[in-house]
Design a binder for this molecule. Structure first.
Ligand code: AMP
Length: 369
């Protein structure tokens, strides 16, 4: 990730992908033009890098020139296109290829077409490295397109954000969600994840998602999801990954404006951890840390049996189901910590002691993130 002025940008298109797109455009254009000597016109400032790389790769003689237009301020295209340097040579009868770094709304292109209205060129063709189909509002034909991209602001490879970023050899996309704090609260059943999440969500203004709670809500309301999950939950086994992942995605989507999330009881498998990473990526965000509450097994069994006296949870009432849940945790879930350790995001916290002491320990960790 990089920061330019006040905004963050994430890697989007690599230098290799850009080069491959230019190679493809060079071949297409060279095949179409045959032995004709074209005039390539780069639109400054953005297309200086493209024009340079393009003509170096162009296999036959060609001419190169530039016109300079200014079309946007900050991160939005503006209506006011200024012609700063126009055409400086006679192009009568010539084949002209415009080299654009990006075609967005098409306003710059409209100005380019105005410039050529009274020029008696033989052919005028438009080539653009990047093209945003969702933003394009004009009818001018685009003859050669390198890479189609979504309607998001990008920088790099000639493109800038308030003059920074033009020098980058690859392209970055703006991060729209600027700062979320996302925590996976980890640990075996009975470690106190739910209890602690209730305090932490208030303190840090985060949304708490407990997959166990969502399953229980669905079971109570006899939904199709609840009925499916019931047979697994009653045995203390895990609900299948795809069912759980789809449910979790839907819960996150319901809270699109959240400052961040505390995930409790999820992820429980490496496949779930990978799915969560993907989901965070799609939100331009990430998991900041997995915080694991560590508690001795016998303390866990004791806590769960005690909770079973009042929770109404069948899977808390029976010691053999509790022991199976612990076994499932060690056999299937504990490995998820390796996933976060490998990214230096795993932090263990002593989960024994008073509720207040444990909240305090967890807060220290979160404050340090
Ligand atoms: P919990 O309330 O977190 O102890 O979850 C209760 C039960 O719900 C578990 O024993 C599983 O059967 C099911 N469950 C909760 N979260 C998940 C998950 N991430 N993956 C699979 N099953 C889950």
């Amino acid at each position: 990730m990089i920061k330019l002025h006040d905004k963050y940008f994430k890697p989007f298109i690599s230098a290799g992908e850009i080069e491959a797109a230019i190679d493809k455009m060079v071949v297409e254009i060279a095949n179409d033009l045959g032995d004709e000597i074209p005039v390539f016109i780069g639109i400054l400032n953005g297309s200086f890098m493209l024009t340079s790389d393009f003509v170096k790769k162009y296999p036959k003689p060609c001419e190169v020139t530039f016109i300079k237009l200014a079309s946007y301020e900050g991160v939005k295209s503006s209506d006011d296109i200024q012609r700063l340097i126009g055409l400086t040579q006679d192009l009568t009868g010539r084949t002209v290829i415009i080299l654009e770094d990006i075609i967005d709304t098409g306003k710059t292109l409209a100005e380019v077409n105005r410039i050529f209205e009274n020029e008696k060129v033989k052919t005028l063709k438009i080539a653009t490295l990047f093209y945003k189909p969702e933003a394009y509002k004009k009818d001018f034909k685009l003859h050669y397109i390198g890479i189609e991209i979504p309607n998001k602001f990008i920088v790099g490879y000639g493109l800038d954000y308030d003059n920074l970023g033009r020098d980058l050899p690859e392209v970055y996309q703006i991060k729209e969600t600027q700062h979320m704090t996302n925590i996976v609260l980890f640990g075996p059943p009975g470690a106190g994840k739910g209890t602690q999440a209730n305090f932490l969500k208030e303190k840090y203004n985060l949304v708490h998602i407990s997959t166990g709670d969502v399953f229980r809500y669905n079971m109570k309301n006899d939904t199709a999801l609840g009925m499916l999950a019931k047979s697994y939950i009653e045995k203390g086994a895990l609900v299948p990954d795809q069912v759980t992942i789809d449910m979790l995605n839907a819960e996150v989507e319901k809270n699109a404006d959240a400052n961040g999330f505390i995930f409790d009881g999820f992820p429980r498998t490496t496949a779930q951890a990978e799915a969560l990473n993907k989901l965070m990526d799609s939100k331009d965000s990430q998991i900041n840390a997995m915080i694991a509450l560590e508690v001795e097994d016998e303390v866990l069994v004791e806590r769960l049996l005690k909770r079973g006296e009042t929770s109404g949870r069948a899977d808390d009432a029976d010691e053999s189901i509790i022991r199976n849940r612990l076994k499932v945790y060690y056999d299937e879930t504990a490995v998820v910590s390796d996933f976060y350790s490998a990214q230096n995001k795993f932090i263990a916290v002593n989960g024994e002691g008073t509720i207040e002491d444990i909240t305090e320990r967890l807060s220290k960790v979160i404050d340090s993130l």
